[in-house]
Design a protein around this ligand. Structure first.
Ligand code: ZN
Length: 290
């Protein structure tokens, strides 16, 4: 993990923990609701205008850290801007999230560069652009003479092959032949096998937090018997759309252990994941727990 990644994660978590302009304006000129069903993110934006300028903005966002941080950053950026400038900046940010190439944003938008790492994960891009799409819908509706608008991520139908893309990306080097590779070594002693499985699972990264599932405490149990491995795991939140992706990554990681012949991956919600008690000390300090 580079220094920049660390710094970026810090910026995201800081906005997540202290969302700017949180709340709801009772006398709003523009009200726009947004939802990202891929992740369960929901938000409501309220804007008060003075002429064509955003005088005040409030946002109420429920969802993952990416959507909340991006919403918080967005409210800071558009405050005091004209609607056309806000629109322009929203389009610029969206374009940079959806296209390859480095982020190049004006100085007052530099916090948003922290979301660059999200570009690796198509599902998370939707989390990052939700607030901006909702803003654009709101401005458009206002121009049509309506004060209310709503936006649902995915209605543009951008990534039909999302899951496949992600699964593919997340299991690099997985051979189609799986466990039938030749020269399978004998099953190592049980005290080593658990460790070997744990080490393999450490290569599985939760895309939202960008940390491995073992240190996050998402692995609840590992059972090894001869060549068969059973893993019980959970996810950081029940609304997490990345369940199948993470399961695929776990399977992929186990497949790469030469002696593993049979894999069983079970998802459980009991007990619910709690980073305060389940994550490693190192992860807790990285998450700012707090
Ligand atoms: Zn999200």
């Amino acid at each position: 993990m580079s220094l920049t990644d660390d710094l970026y994660r810090e910026i995201i978590l800081e906005h997540f923990k202290n969302p700017r302009n949180h709340g709801r304006l009772t006398a709003a000129d523009i009200t726009a609701q947004g939802a990202n069903p891929f992740c369960g993110d929901e938000l409501e934006l309220t804007l008060a205008l003075q002429g064509d300028t955003v005088k005040e903005v409030r946002a109420e966002c429920k969802g993952c850290s990416i959507s909340q941080a991006s919403t918080s950053m967005m409210t800071e950026v558009i405050q005091g801007k004209t609607l056309s400038t806000a629109e322009e900046l929203a389009k610029k940010f969206k374009k940079m999230m959806l296209e390859n190439g480095p982020m190049d944003l004006p100085p007052d938008m530099e916090d948003l560069e922290s979301l660059e790492g999200v570009k690796k994960y198509p599902v998370r891009i939707k989390c990052a652009i939700l607030a901006w799409n909702t803003l654009l819908e709101g401005i458009e509706a206002y121009r049509r003479g309506q004060g209310k608008a709503s936006h649902v991520e995915g209605e543009e139908g951008a990534h039909p092959d999302l899951t496949q893309q992600l699964t593919h990306e997340s299991v690099p080097g997985t051979k189609g032949t799986g466990n039938s590779a030749v020269g399978v070594p004998s099953v190592p002693g049980t005290q080593d096998t658990q460790e070997e499985v744990r080490a393999a699972l450490k290569t599985v990264i939760d895309p939202e937090l960008n940390l491995n599932v073992v240190d996050l405490g998402l692995i609840y149990g590992i059972e090894v018997q001869e060549g068969s491995v059973k893993v019980n795991h959970t996810l950081t939140s029940p609304g997490c759309p990345l369940g199948p992706v993470i399961k695929g990554q776990i399977q992929g990681a186990l497949t790469r252990i030469p002696w593993v012949k049979e894999i069983q991956v079970n998802l459980t919600w009991i007990p619910p994941w709690d980073p305060h008690t389940m994550a490693s000390e190192e992860v807790k300090s990285e998450l700012g727990i707090w």
